[in-house]
Design a binder for this molecule. Structure first.
Ligand code: CP
Length: 341
């Protein structure tokens, strides 16, 4: 695990298959160790991990903080409502302040795309040792969620050894508000890297046809895709057929807070057509896995019956896998820092 090549973790578009495999293998080791309560390992002793969330979060923030504590790091967190943001301080000056306090890793979430990237660029220009881990930026990227979804699906289809190539050729259906979803974008980078064929389904306002070309244009400044051959992406409007042929489904939250006017006729009409219910799921004759990154809107994009009663609804497993995946990411960044020191 000593050859982790990234100082920052910003986007899964620059991950090679080896990078993904390294994260999953390590996450699985942390996962099977079953940490609980005070039970910890000392891998990050002496490291300071700071969570800077400019946008709300339950799962990501708390699981990063738990992951850091389980690795014996010192954890510091930032609360926008009681911070000097209120006095006009910028996000950049906030990040530089925490770096100046000696943070080894900044875990950053922001409602605007590229903020974690901008922070990492500034820190590098200042020759800072601080790493930046993107915990969700705007519509662009949520790498730890993409990785935990890859891990959760790999575990579901594996007998014992964790190898994401087990997903090759599988059809994973993503339903809903793809346009506003950084989770969907990170899931697509992670899953297509192992030959998964993605089907996107939703109204054209939320699932534009152009998304079929999404992996053909990595965001600047990245020039080259490190994965030679990826799975495909198809857009469909026919949910029933898509469900029938799916090997797994990821349901997305309808992000009403990010929508402009007229994107939907009404939430009710959206739910009637696209909310995943047991009735609609009956089109598929197998017990396929159902994922949702959370937070869920019961009855809008997914029914309570699926969340509470369907045996392969993996939402809680995603949450618990998230801690192990985030332990792996913090551990790998700490190793790359030791190499740079
Ligand atoms: N999935 C996810 O990012 O959830 P939070 O917004 O609660 O962190």
């Amino acid at each position: 695990m000593d050859n982790w090549p990234h100082k920052h973790i910003l986007n899964l578009s620059c991950f090679s298959q080896e990078d993904f495999q390294m994260v999953l293998k390590l996450a699985d080791r942390f996962n099977t160790a079953k940490y609980s309560g005070e039970n910890k390992v000392c891998a990050l002793e002496g490291f300071l991990v700071t969570t800077i969330f400019f946008e709300a979060s339950t799962r990501t923030r708390n699981s990063f903080e738990l992951a850091a504590k389980r690795l014996s790091a010192y954890v510091q967190s930032f609360s926008p409502s009681s911070s000097s943001l209120k006095k006009g301080e910028t996000f950049m000056d906030t990040a530089l302040t925490y770096s100046a306090m000696g943070s080894d890793i900044l875990v950053v979430r922001h409602s605007s795309s590229n903020v974690p990237f901008e922070i990492s660029k500034k820190l590098d220009l200042k020759n800072s040792k601080t790493s930046v881990l993107n915990a969700g930026d705007g519509l662009q990227s949520h790498p730890s969620q993409g990785l935990l979804d890859l891990y959760t699906l790999t575990k579901f289809f594996s007998n014992s050894i964790i190898d994401p190539f087990i997903l090759k050729g599988k059809k994973i259906l993503i339903i809903g508000d793809v346009l506003h979803s950084r989770v969907a974008r990170s899931d697509i980078w992670a899953l297509t890297a192992f030959g998964v064929n993605i089907v996107l389904c939703g109204p054209s306002t939320l699932v534009p046809d152009e998304l079929e070309n999404f992996v053909n244009c990595p965001s600047p400044p990245q020039q080259k895709d490190p994965v030679k051959s990826r799975g495909t992406i198809k857009v469909t409007r026919s949910l029933e057929n898509a469900i029938e042929n799916a090997d797994g489904i990821i349901v997305l939250r309808l992000q009403k807070e990010r929508m402009s006017k007229n994107m939907l006729r009404s939430v009710n009409s959206y739910s009637k057509e696209f909310c995943l219910t047991l009735e609609k799921l009956k089109r598929n004759k197998r017990d396929i896995p159902i994922l949702h990154p959370g937070p869920i809107n019961r009855g809008i994009e997914i029914s309570s019956k699926i969340v509470d009663d369907y045996k392969n609804c993996l939402i809680e497993e995603q949450v618990s896998n998230g801690v192990s995946v985030r332990m792996a990411l913090l551990y790998l960044l700490s190793k790359s820092q030791s190499t740079l020191k």
